[in-house]
Structures are given as C-alpha cells and as structure tokens.
Design a protein around this ligand. Structure first.
Ligand code: TMP
Length: 211
C-alpha cells in the first residue's frame, strides 16, 4: 500500500514547489489519482498548528511535539484514507524534515524524534508508515540563500542563517544514508529542465509514470 506514498524534501529555496506541480501532472497523465498535500499541514487542525510552528518562537521539543501532532492528524485524516483508496500521495515534506530541521538544524535529540516517529507513524499490525520514495532536492545552502534573498517576507525557518541550513542538509544526508533504497537525491543546483528530468526518471524507475 505504501508503494504509492511519495515525499519531497529539501532546504528552503531548493525549488520543490515548481517540480511538485509537474510531478502531479505526470502522475495524473499516467492514469493515477493523486492526493497532493504538505507538512506541516494538510488538514484544518494541522494547518492551524503550521501557522504556530512557522511564526511563534518556541523550544525544539515544543516545536517537535506540535509538528508530530499535526502529522498524526494528517496521517489519519488524509494520508491513510488516500492510500487505502489507491491514490498516489505526494507530500511536500514529511518526517525526514523533522529529523533535518529540528534534529539537524536545532540539534534536537534524535532519539526523542525516533520515539515520536514510532508513536505517530505506527500502523496496526504492520510496519511504520513511511514514504516508499523520497525525492531529496539537494543544493548548497549558499545557493538556496541567494535564491531566497528578497523573495518574500521570510518565516521563522527561512530567516535562519546559512549555518543552520548546512546542519539541515547534514540531517537529510544522515537520513538518506540510513535508508538509501527510499531516498533519491535530486541535483537541484541545475537548470529546471535537468531537475525535472531527474524527478521523472525517479518516478519512471519506480513504475509510477510512463512519460
Ligand atoms: P514549506 O515552506 O516547505 O512548506 O515548509 C515549512 C517550513 O517548516 C520549512 O521551513 C521547514 C519547516 N519544517 C520543519 O521545521 N519541520 C518539519 O517537520 C516540517 C515538515 C517542516
């Protein structure tokens, strides 16, 4: 069932949004019903928690608890029902972002995050709910900072210094090393056509698109 669960990850400024739209189009063009969603968010409650997390100062444990609370609601209200009816779920960020941002960026305890992950993503009688495929848009923090500069009013995370994002990248790299079969690293520091080709190749390899 989880074969159809795809997450998209990367630091702010990595260019996920444009490519998610193209991915969804390609999946639909190959006959799939697609549920496009995001974290934190995806339900009214999780969107309300997102607003708090993105704009209110708080410590890393509080932040992690709110993010996992939002995730719990999102999984039970949106992700699991969509997978159960055979839709492809394309989720803009999932738990790897918590390990990267709260764990890597803020240096929060990875053991605590693992425990929260177990609680929130447990499925009755089976393995943890995880994406089958995670597209990691990787690019240097310096390039992302240049792309973001002057784009819009930054939220709490976007306003972080470059060193924070270097730690976030290290957090993603750690997760990718632990689960190499799940992660596909997309070289996001290239023109959009090249990025798009890598994304479509990853979907094709998994038998998800025919284009
Ligand atoms: P977005 O702008 O890509 O939707 O992401 C919202 C912000 O929330 C982004 O800066 C990353 C951050 N975030 C975390 O810090 N931890 C998480 O678990 C998730 C899902 C997002």
């Amino acid at each position: 069932m989880n074969r159809l669960f795809i997450s998209v990850e990367g630091i702010d400024g990595a260019g996920k949004s444009t490519h998610i739209a193209a991915m969804v189009e390609a999946l639909r063009g190959s006959g799939h019903t697609v549920c496009q969603t995001r974290e934190p968010g995806g339900t009214p409650l999780a969107e309300a928690l997102r607003e708090m997390v993105l704009h209110t100062p708080m410590d890393a444990l509080t932040e992690s608890l709110l993010i996992f609370a939002a995730r719990r609601d999102h999984i039970s209200q949106v992700i699991q029902p969509a997978l159960a009816r055979g839709a492809v779920v394309v989720c803009d960020r999932f738990t790897d972002a918590t390990f990267a941002y709260q764990g890597g960026g803020h240096g929060f305890d990875l053991e605590v995050l693992s425990r929260l992950e177990q609680w929130v993503q447990v499925q009755p009688g089976s393995a943890l709910l995880q994406p089958a495929l995670t597209l990691w848009f990787d690019l240097p923090a310096q390039v992302a900072a240049q792309r973001l500069s002057g784009a819009r009013i930054p939220d709490k995370f976007e306003a972080q210094p470059q060193a924070f994002f270097e730690n976030v990248i290290a957090g993603y790299a750690r997760r990718a090393r632990l689960e190499p079969q799940r992660f596909v690293r997309i070289h996001a520091d290239q023109p959009p056509d090249g990025v798009r080709a890598e994304v479509l190749a990853a979907l094709r390899t998994r038998g998800l698109v025919t284009v």
